[in-house]
Design a protein around this ligand. Structure first.
Ligand SMILES: O=C(O)CCC(=O)C(=O)O
Length: 261
């Protein structure tokens, strides 16, 4: 199956640009059901949750007494919350597509750690996520991870849709290109030209945005009047592995594609 699921043009596009949009991978009924589930989880506030207050990004509430202090940013460990979430994360077409991008006949592993989430962007109290590579969160023997961002509603500039710097996953940046929190500095002269290449990603409900763990991306806060909801999962080839004792190694992976395809 490898090589047929994703055309060679799309694979070359992903290799060069660091991302790929797979339109309409999930239908409107599935998106409605997942949105309803996400809203229920937000109402129940069942941990583990990441709050806007935890990240302290620009626009986030400052302290526990601020308005919006209880605003959730990520509903964590999403695949263990309900079989329908696991079914989406292990969708055969999605997983075969990602395996094909890894050009691998090995098994495909789904991480259950931090990025296994329902990402929420509240209409009132969300924040700006500055330019970064997701590899800042991960600790693996190899930096080659792919995340799938599944839009459950429309995503665009005004509601805080993702922006990317195409091709940035292939660049070697000096450490001075990043601040101490590993955000890509917009005030650093050496980054300015590169930042001019920013591209706004727009997604429709059910579209999947696949991106490499070294692709620089950012997103503004949500300035629309509806909370934005997406599912985010991260995958890696079976030949890769989380570093022992790191937070990427906390929960065991789920083998979502058996390999040999
Ligand atoms: O929706 C956003 O703000 C982007 C989230 C993101 O890229 C991250 O937290 O790694």
């Amino acid at each position: 199956m490898t090589g047929k699921i994703i055309s060679s043009e799309k694979r070359v596009f992903f290799e060069k640009q660091g991302y790929l949009i797979m339109p309409s991978m999930f239908d409107a009924g599935v998106c409605r059901m997942l949105r309803a589930f996400a809203i229920e989880e937000l109402e129940k506030m069942v941990p583990p949750l990441e709050y806007e207050l935890d990240v302290k990004y620009p626009g986030a509430p400052n302290d526990r007494r601020s308005l919006g202090a209880k605003t959730v940013r990520r509903i964590l460990q999403a695949t263990s919350r309900d079989p329908k979430i696991l079914a989406v994360a292990s969708d055969p077409l999605l997983c075969a597509s990602i395996s094909s991008l890894f050009k691998s006949k090995n098994g495909l592993m789904l991480s259950q750690n931090h990025h296994n989430c329902i990402m929420t962007k509240d209409a009132r109290y969300s924040s700006d996520t500055l330019w970064h590579q997701d590899i800042r969160y991960w600790s693996f023997s190899d930096d080659n991870l792919i995340s799938a961002w599944i839009a459950l509603g429309p995503e665009f500039e005004k509601n805080g849709g993702l922006k990317v710097l195409p091709g940035s996953h292939l660049r070697e940046f000096s450490s001075s290109a990043f601040d101490p929190d590993l955000f890509f500095r917009t005030d650093f002269d050496g980054n300015k030209e590169f930042l001019r290449g920013e591209l706004q990603i727009t997604l429709n409900p059910g579209d999947v945005f696949l991106f490499h763990s070294k692709l620089l991306h950012s997103a503004n806060r949500n300035r629309s009047d509806e909370t934005k909801l997406s599912l985010v999962f991260t995958y890696y080839d079976e030949s890769n592995s989380p570093n022992k004792g790191s937070r990427s190694d906390k929960l065991p992976p789920i083998r979502v594609c058996s390999g040999g395809i």
